[in-house]
Design a protein around this ligand. Structure first.
Ligand code: PEP
Ligand code: MG
Length: 591
């Protein structure tokens, strides 16, 4: 009988730093110092100021130590993150205000530090800039450090032996301090791919999965954990079988990574010289450096929704133009597909709506067409980023030709506005449509006639085609990329696009599944847009097979009747032709 207490639990989050680890957990909860207000007698003031200065000086010494350690380990540019915290301590205006209040209000140092820094913090939280909001964690970290030092408390950051740190969130300083110990991995409730903790753990080469939501509630210190930084999974109390699987995955990936060294500079070209485009899916501009390092030849999907996080209003045309221009410039001369806001569904909603079925509701292009002013700002911003001619527009959630025609009318209006203003842009900017609603798949040829290209969004296409909620764990095993209905629909879309001489790409996750690569190549897909982490593997597969052969394999797949038959056949083809590919290791569908 399984022991309920030690039952295996799998949590999925953001794969923030690659790598595999198995080991005991260390639940890191930073006790926030308790602050009480106390009135001072006038003759206590000097002593109180001395306590404050000593605590600030000690905090500065601690941070300088962490900073120089980070510099050795991470290099000067990465260590800069910690300089920001030292600068807060050295801020003469802030420190002057604190001293003045201790003298004039006769209140204790802890209270005034807490109150004054909280004011600072509130202002930062009110900012519409997500970067500034993120930096409130630095302010909190510094404040807590000073408060702990005023109260003469020690922070325990020394681990007994090797551990996986589980925490609500991690600051850059935590990440660096812990890395001096035997840290096997990081798992947090909060934090995304671009948080500084994620950037640092990637630089420190420590596997990390962030944004797990309730890891700290489910893990106890000492629990055995498995962490899979490739797939973004944390396994609590993994079974022997799971641990063995993780170890195998680690071994195979290490061997395989060695073989991929040097592939980033090579083209995504088959043995019989058919060139494919291999590009990256990105949510944040900060991912560009990594995508280029992985050999990305463009951005096949730039999701624009991240700009809406923590905001109640849409960003202005200027704010949007600044971001898109920076992305286009960093990627130049490679192409960048900027997807117009895909709001609603599982993503952010522009207005607080209560929809019973948000996935079948007001989302994607529907919202943009209903809010012309917002859509025109958005289109003008994208156009402004296109002056160097490497930007394309991608429309999400299209289900009928009239939506495309309407969007084209708005694009024309946006172009006319910019012409009047004398702003430069690409007058021949290409606009394409995501094929991710079954109706659009059926109408793919008509849609292709109206646009410059198609890009298949399998994440949504599969959920709508198979009537399986992509986020529902109860039916996750039925979410099948290799269901024959999916494969035949993909063929119909690609053929329809090609009949109209239009380029057909794929930016859904299926494009990054190595088991699907040969099939998609054989079906004639022109572009694979994938998560940067899997890009070298996909390229390796494309470079290891003939297009002629892939076409034969795809033809055979089209005759098969079930998902299992198709998947087994494709896996066996790969095993035979490309024994190097660690298939079982890369397949993350079991999480
Ligand atoms: C898709 O649906 O396949 C897609 C790429 O879009 P998203 O995952 O952002 O819905
Ligand atoms: Mg989608």
């Amino acid at each position: 009988m399984s022991d309920e207490k030690n039952k295996e639990i799998i949590l999925t989050g953001v794969p923030a730093a690659p790598g595999i680890a198995v080991g005991p957990s260390y639940l890191y909860s930073k006790a926030v110092p308790k602050v009480h207000q106390r009135a001072l007698a006038p003759d206590e003031v000097e002593n109180e100021l001395a306590r404050l200065h000593a605590a600030v000086a000690r905090s500065e010494r601690e941070l300088q130590k962490i900073h120089s350690f980070a510099e050795q380990k991470l290099g000067a540019s990465n260590a800069k993150i910690l300089e920001a915290q030292v600068m807060i301590l050295q801020d003469a205006v802030l420190m002057g205000a604190i001293e003045k209040r201790i003298r004039s209000e006769l209140k204790n140092a802890e209270y005034v530090v807490y109150d004054e820094v909280s004011k600072y913090r509130r202002l930062m939280m009110e900012s519409e800039d997500e970067y500034i909001q993120e930096r409130t964690h630095d302010v909190d970290d510094v404040m807590n450090r000073v408060l702990r030092n005023i109260q003469d408390q020690k922070l325990v950051s020394r681990l007994e032996g090797e551990s996986i740190i589980v925490s609500h969130s991690l600051t850059p300083a935590d990440t660096v301090i812990f890395s001096r110990n035997q840290v096997l991995g990081y798992a947090t409730d909060h934090g995304g791919f671009t948080s500084h903790a994620a950037l640092l753990s990637r630089s420190l080469k420590i596997p990390a999965v962030l944004g797990l939501r309730n890891a700290t509630a489910l893990v106890k210190s000492g629990d055995i954990l498995g962490i899979d930084g490739y797939a973004g999974a944390l396994i609590i109390n993994p079974t022997e079988e799971t641990i063995e699987g993780l170890r195998r995955k680690e071994q195979r990936l290490k061997e395989f990574e060695k073989k991929l060294e040097g592939i980033a500079g090579l083209p995504a070209e088959t043995l019989d010289h058919k060139r494919c485009e291999l590009s990256a899916n990105l949510e944040f501009a900060e991912e560009i450096e990594f995508a280029l390092k992985q050999g990305s030849q463009g951005i096949g999907l730039f999701r624009t929704e991240s700009q809406l996080i923590g905001r109640e209003t849409f960003p202005t045309e200027d704010e949007q133009a600044e971001l898109y221009t920076s992305v286009a410039e960093q990627m130049f001369p490679h192409p960048v597909m900027i997807r117009s806001f895909d709001i609603g569904g599982d993503k952010l909603s522009p207005e607080p709506l209560q929809e019973d079925n948000p996935f079948l509701g007001w989302r994607g292009i529907r919202v943009c067409l209903d809010r012309p002013e917002m859509f025109l700002d958005h289109l003008r911003a994208i156009l402004r980023a296109s002056a160097k001619k490497n930007v394309r527009i991608l429309l999400p959630m299209v289900s009928k030709v009239s939506e495309v025609r309407k969007a084209k009318e708005y694009l024309k209006q946006a172009k006319d506005d910019l012409k009047t203003r004398g702003v430069p842009f690409d007058h021949h900017i290409k606009m394409g449509v995501m094929i991710e609603v079954p109706a659009a798949a059926v109408l793919a040829e008509e849609i292709a006639k109206e646009t410059d290209f198609l890009s298949i969004g399998t994440n949504d296409l599969i959920q709508y085609l198979l009537a399986i909620d992509r986020g529902n764990t109860l039916v996750s095993s039925m979410y099948q990329e290799f269901n024959p209905a999916v494969v035949r629909t993909l063929k119909q879309i690609i053929d329809a696009g090609h009949r109209q001489s239009k380029w057909v790409g794929m930016c859904g996750e299926m494009a990054g599944n190595p088991i699907a690569t040969v099939l998609l190549l054989g079906l004639g897909l022109d572009e694979f847009s994938v998560a940067p982490i899997v890009l070298p593997e996909i390229k390796k597969i494309l470079r290891s097979i003939k297009f002629k052969e892939a076409k034969r394999i795809a033809d055979k797949v089209l005759t098969l009747q079930t998902e299992v038959e198709i998947k087994d056949y494709l896996a066996s083809v790969l095993r035979e032709k490309l024994p190097d590919i660690p298939l079982e290791a890369l397949d993350t569908s079991h999480y």
